[in-house]
Design a protein around this ligand. Structure first.
Ligand code: FAD
Length: 496
């Protein structure tokens, strides 16, 4: 038995009295004081596979080790630069740690030949997935960080690796990585994780606010979840939504949901809509240059646009109703939801064409932009790096413009439609890497194409049924579910 294992054994004995609670990884990073992401055997591969960060640092430590305890503030100082909602340089380095004193992590630590604590590794996150590391193998892309004893030295080491000049006292508002030039067509591909994060955040808000309060809000919630199950761009969000749908009658009997996360009981809180490991606190495309700008509401817009371009003609009116009702019932910004509802109510004829719906969402968003342009200019509340504009600007889509002057723009709607379809369709998902969550063998989702579950169908039932079927859920439960929903569903709007 090696010295490390002996120490580990004694450490475990000491630690046995204080069992550390399991943490919900990146999802809860925003709530944690610690910024380094705690990994363990069960989430190690998935977190490192899914992170949008380009590099990862993995610290193997033992919670009983005094040197590790003393090292923690140093590691955290660096982690604070890169991780969490207030990161100065987000999306570049994922700082993680694995507690080797936990018995469940023994094999994981062995795979990396951990010989002392703390021991730090560096590499592209995906290179850690299913990896092993041995001291003699110098071909590996995983490197041991041999000079990271203090925060300064660790950051210097990282700076040398990636040819950067980050400093511990970098300020958030001088964040050179926040995207200020959104006229770059390719930047939307970074929003794919924002859409997942906004979806998870919207769902969390519903849980925290216990917002499903009536049969009306319950029906609205179901409709939106149906839309997500069929057309969310992320497979794990589609799967999470489908699971909620199938179990909804048990989670919310007669619309009375139990929200708390509970070990034993089946509750809505136990069904994270996009799975447990959705990156949180990143908002890359939607990251503001100030703490309180952009983020969630920007992510929500991108989600709405991305849904709009994925529905078929026959589903367009259902999608419209689902989105309007969702915003009206669950977007906890009174002004936003009231304005948006007015614009929804101004639609007098049901949508028959997906194209019309896509263009309606676009022009509605522009109406919001136009109003906010004035408000933000007079109140100084906007994000200085992201002033509101009528969108898309010419730089992004010259062909969308037939003519324009100071007062008005004449749009070429065919070009606008094609532009939106591509921008929020294939372009948005072009960087996406995601493990199949269907339970078959691992596969990488192709960059484009398959992320939409196309349904030409009679909208609701078939759209969600497809997603549910994809998620390999039982058809019996499905049939039963639909029957119940069909019985309970009352139309909310009349279209006379
Ligand atoms: P956002 O407006 O959030 O846009 C996000 C991204 O979408 C932009 O960066 C751009 O790339 C793209 N985009 C911009 N315009 C369009 C368009 N027309 N079509 C397609 N893509 C576009 N705030 C208020 O203060 N008052 C309100 O009444 C209000 N209503 C809202 C209603 C809804 C449904 C939502 C989701 C948000 C609302 N907000 C409102 C918030 C506001 O619209 C912005 O989301 C917020 O100010 C952040 O702005 P942003 O700069 O991140 O860009």
């Amino acid at each position: 038995m090696s010295l490390v294992h002996l120490l580990l054994f004694f450490g475990l004995v000491i630690a046995a009295s204080s069992t550390p609670g399991s943490r919900l990884i990146l999802r809860e990073i925003a709530d944690q004081k610690d910024r380094a992401v705690e990994l363990n055997t069960s989430n190690f591969d998935s977190v490192l596979k899914d992170t949008p960060a380009k590099y990862a640092v993995v610290e193997f430590f033992a919670h009983w080790c005094p040197a590790c305890r003393n090292y923690k503030p140093h590691y955290e100082k660096v982690a604070r630069l890169f991780n969490g909602p207030d990161a100065i340089h987000p999306g570049i380095v994922l700082m993680t740690r694995v507690d080797c004193a936990l018995k469940t992590n023994t094999k994981l630590c062995d795979k990396f030949s951990v010989s002392h604590y703390p021991m730090l590794f560096w590499g592209p996150p995906t290179k850690f997935v299913s990896a092993t590391w041995e001291p003699q193998k110098d071909k590996s892309e995983i490197l041991v960080i041999d000079d990271g004893r203090t925060a300064d030295r660790l950051l210097n080491w990282i700076n040398k690796q990636i040819d950067s000049s980050y400093a511990l006292d970098d300020q958030k508002f001088e964040n050179e990585h926040s995207l200020s030039n959104l006229t770059d067509y390719n930047q939307i591909s970074q929003a794919v994780y924002d859409v997942e994060e906004a979806t998870a955040e919207a769902f969390d808000i519903i849980l925290v606010q216990k917002a499903i309060k009536s049969s009306e809000t319950s029906a609205s919630f179901i409709r939106f979840i149906q839309l997500l199950a069929a057309h969310h761009l992320s497979r794990r969000c589609r799967k999470g939504a489908a699971e909620i749908l199938v179990n909804y009658d048990d989670l919310c009997p007669s619309g009375n949901c139990s929200y708390e996360k509970s070990g034993g009981k089946d509750t809505l809180g136990n069904y994270p809509i996009c799975g447990k490991d959705v990156p949180r606190g990143y908002y890359m495309f939607c990251r503001g240059s100030k703490n309180d700008t952009r983020g969630f509401s920007c992510g929500l817009w991108v989600l709405i646009h991305s849904l709009s371009v994925r529905v078929e003609d026959g589903e367009s009116h259902f999608a419209f109703t689902a989105i309007c009702d969702f915003v009206n019932n669950f977007f906890m910004c009174d002004e936003c939801r009231l304005h948006f509802n007015d614009m929804c109510l101004s639609v007098k004829t049901p949508f028959k064409k997906a194209r019309d719906f896509v263009l309606w969402v676009w022009s509605t968003h522009n109406k919001v932009n136009e109003r906010l342009m004035k408000d933000e200019a007079s109140l100084g509340t906007g994000d200085p790096k992201f002033p509101k504009i009528i969108w898309p600007p010419k730089e992004l889509c010259p062909l969308c413009y037939l003519s324009s002057n100071q007062k008005s723009i004449e749009w070429d709607h065919d070009h606008v439609y094609n532009f939106l379809k591509n921008y929020y369709g294939p372009k948005l998902v072009s960087l996406y890497k995601e493990k199949s969550v269907i339970g078959r063998k691992e596969e990488t989702v192709p960059a484009t194409g398959d992320l939409t579950v196309a349904t030409n169908a009679l909208v609701v039932p078939i759209g969600a049924a497809l997603a549910i079927a994809i998620a390999s859920c039982a058809f019996g439960a499905l049939a039963c579910y639909w029957r119940t929903q069909q019985k309970n569903r009352k139309p909310r709007r009349s279209w006379n």
